[in-house]
Design a protein around this ligand. Sequence first.
Ligand SMILES: Nc1ncnc2c1ncn2[C@@H]1O[C@H](COP(=O)(O)OP(=O)(O)OP(=O)(O)O)[C@@H](O)[C@H]1O
Ligand SMILES: [Mg+2]
Length: 651
Amino acid sequence: MPAERDREPAPRASAGRIPPARGTGAGRRLANLWRLRRYLRPYAVQFAWLLVAALTATAAGLAVPLVVQRVVDGPVARQEPGGLLRLGALVLLLGLVEAALIFIRRWMQAESSIGMETALRADLYAHLLRLPTSFHDRWHSGQLLSRAVSDLSVLRRFLSFGLFFLVLNLVTYAAVVVLLVRLHRPLGLLVAASAVPLFLISRRFARHYHAASRRMQDQQGDVATLVEETALGLRTMKAYGRGPQLSARFGAGARALHDIGIGKARLLARTSAQFDLVPNLTLGGVLVAGTVLVADGRLTVGALVAFVSLQLMLIWPVQSLGWIIANGQEAATAADRIQEVLDTRPTIVDAPGAIGLRRTEVRGRLVFDRVSFRYPQSAAPVLREVELTVEPGETLALVGATGCGKSTLLSLVPRLHEVTGGRITLDGHDLRELRLATLRRLVGVAFEEPTLFSMSVWENLTLGRPEADEAEVRAALVLAQAEFAYDLPWGLATRVGEQGLSLSGGQRQRLALARAVLGRPALLVLDDPLSALDVHTEALVERALRRVLRDTTALLVVHRPSTVALADRVALLERGRITAVGTHSELLATVPAYRALLSAEPTPTPASAPTRASTPVSASTSTPTSVPASTPTAGRSVGATPTAGRGLVSS
Ligand SMILES: Nc1ncnc2c1ncn2[C@@H]1O[C@H](COP(=O)(O)OP(=O)(O)OP(=O)(O)O)[C@@H](O)[C@H]1O
Ligand SMILES: [Mg+2]
């Protein structure tokens, strides 16, 4: 199943929800659980000791009925109080040994299971970080969350209790049956035969429960996604008054979870009743047959008491079988769900022999050489044979209608997505020949959506450069006009809320910009970096940015003439291709589509019209205050004329 996912990614709507394995064999169901054994390997010795302690405790427990047999057939029958005391003391000693060993087992047990859970969680998280953005595009975060939290807990419970008791109970069952056969062969064989119905019940139960637990765990992931989406989009939901609809959606998801849970519980209850019935029926049969045998003198009273006492010791192992199998099937499902993530191979990784480059070695010539790109789930490419060169130290602005692929093009530079055709080179090196860590250190990025993490401002700023010092951070903050950070309640140590929600959009954008320019990266990739700033701040940031851009190669996505002023040249992206490159004034003068995008002019004729997605760039968003398109310096003049140039192009 996981391999299938790799080849053909599931649409996001159903991501992470996979029908139960087609094969119903126990081997197939348990295959992924078995693959996790390497996480238990470090605890193999400990586990062996645990088992020894548990088996010794069980042996001590099993010895008690045999001593009782001696008591009944010996001192009790012969009425010898002296012998009774000796044997009584032995029973007491055996009981104490059993209790001490059980205590030691429980004490040690937690360490191995929690250790295994921690190691697996660390690997899962590291793997999620290695997986490309395309994986995260198609997997619901709630599904990942439920795998990293609840599925791992299920596995821990199985490894600390389920698996342990499975082994222990099977060994106990076998040992008791051997003792019973030795005590009285026909009655012992009768008890042994009861294993057959138990096996059949277990097999059927395991099959049904596996499917139910898969549904349950998937549904838990879906509910987690709903909660997560609500938490993230709460403001929008409230603003649109969508609370009742959202509650209804959540109610339906929670009800489905409830129904599956009830179904599972009933299945377990039905099967547990069957598991209860078998040993009790056998016990009844043994009591009747045993009494007849005692009456006939073919069995001593002591032997019957020992037999029944031993048989009673089977009741709990058999009764708990339902719970252990349920736990095992949940663990198998959890293992399936975790392996589905772990089996997804990271596609963007270091090539063999990938090289590292130092910042000082990089001149910063960035070339897009017939670059094409198509998103995995889409039929049509977003970028087609893009040809573009950014010279060292040059600032190139990328202009294009909304949805034409600008952000996509930028994401190819730090290899967040991999080109599907052509190549991108930095100083002649194909980006795929560079070590990923090197590349991502060389490239400073600020995305359209300035994401801040729930950690301190300092940590957010130094995300890509943990070694940055106070002076560098200050320089970056000054450059991004983000000195407001020093005025936060705890200065740079202030923890900004999840996604920086406690900051304004413009503040977040400025911090994201400071993060991008920190340490003067060789390549700066900024996606509309000034969109959320007021004109005054924008002008200040622009002025400061200009200084950084002087010695850095930069690729900026720009929507407004005011920001175009930062660029040495501008490239126009249309229908996935670069259709014009030149200075702002050249393009304004010669390219009608460009003029239409950056001015109040209506969209040009279909021949040069932007793509379908570009149509939202409408003249209706422009205002009469816009700078005349025919003014060659329109873009540059806007920075100095605060009201002009704003909102000319919507995105
Ligand atoms: N993760 C994705 N999976 C599939 N298609 C995507 C994905 N991200 C973007 N697209 C599609 O690719 C096209 C280009 O998107 P992109 O974000 O690059 O546009 P853009 O030029 O940056 O737009 P804007 O100016 O609005 O920011 C769009 O049609 C979009 O629907
Ligand atoms: Mg974009």
